[in-house]
Design a protein around this ligand. Structure first.
Ligand SMILES: Nc1ncnc2c1ncn2[C@@H]1O[C@H](COP(=O)(O)OP(=O)(O)OP(=O)(O)O)[C@@H](O)[C@H]1O
Ligand SMILES: [Mg+2]
Length: 233
């Protein structure tokens, strides 16, 4: 184990049982390290298992076999019960989901504040940070709109603010620019660039042009993960 990695995977396998069919193996013996304070990009064809891998790293699902460690600690130990797991995820990991997963009946300000409340952050400070984050993402005049009253790109940016409210050490982003125009996407990438100095980012994208921003690029194909030098792309 090396201290330079925030996340380490060793021989991780994951598959799904399909009714009446053979088991679908998605990840085969994936071993990889994700360095601290680095911006990692994860590329791979649709259906190759990128979201599955991110869900494992985010401790939303458990691997069938193999180990995943966060700062040298095995998830099996960190996630010993459901409430410890929820608390760990809420404080340490900011997850920007491919389908946003905002709660539609709450305003976006409320959505962003939920993880802060769960973490016991003082409300006033949390509200200031939420407004700052939403403002920096161009949503200052949408604070009181419900999730269902926002465009796809606005929901995506609100999901970014929610992921960042507790200033997590690890940011997992599943195609966070997928619904943004180039100018808004560029602003978000600038924000990630600033965060990458003292956060670990693992970002899925289909846009190979974004690899120029990253410190490391990982390719997922045939259930295996390979690191590529930027110059090899
Ligand atoms: N709960 C599940 N049960 C059965 N199969 C699943 C389940 N979740 C994912 N899969 C299958 O696993 C494969 C990998 O899915 P995953 O969502 O990880 O792909 P992805 O690389 O994120 O694709 P995309 O780029 O389209 O988002 C897909 O073929 C999918 O159908
Ligand atoms: Mg996906």
């Amino acid at each position: 184990m090396s201290g330079e990695f925030l996340i380490e995977l060793n021989d991780v396998c994951k598959g799904y049982d399909l009714a009446g069919k053979n088991r679908l193996e998605i990840l085969h013996n994936v071993s990889a390290g994700f360095e601290r304070n680095a911006w990692n990009i994860l590329l791979g064809a649709s259906g190759s298992g990128k979201t599955t891998l991110l869900n494992l790293i985010g401790a939303l699902e458990a691997p069938d076999s193999g180990t995943i460690k966060f700062a040298g600690e095995d998830y099996k130990k960190l996630m010993k019960n459901a409430s410890a797991a929820a608390d760990f995820r809420n404080r340490k990991i900011g997850f920007i989901f491919q389908n946003y997963q905002l709660l539609p009946e709450f305003t976006i300000l409320e959505n962003v504040l939920i993880p802060a409340k769960l973490a016991g952050q003082p409300l006033r400070k949390a509200r200031e940070r939420a407004e700052m984050l939403l403002g920096s993402l161009g949503l200052a005049d949408r604070l009181h709109h419900r999730g269902s009253e926002l465009s796809g790109g606005e929901q995506q940016r609100a999901a970014v603010a929610r992921a960042l409210i507790n200033d997590p050490e690890l940011i997992l982003a599943d195609e966070p620019t997928g619904n943004l125009d180039s100018q808004t996407g560029e602003k978000l990438l600038q924000l990630f660039h600033e965060l990458a100095g003292n956060h670990t980012i693992i970002m899925i994208t289909h846009n190979e042009a974004l690899t120029g921003y990253a410190n490391k690029v990982h390719f997922l194909a045939d259930g295996r993960l390979n690191e590529k030098r930027i110059s090899e792309i």
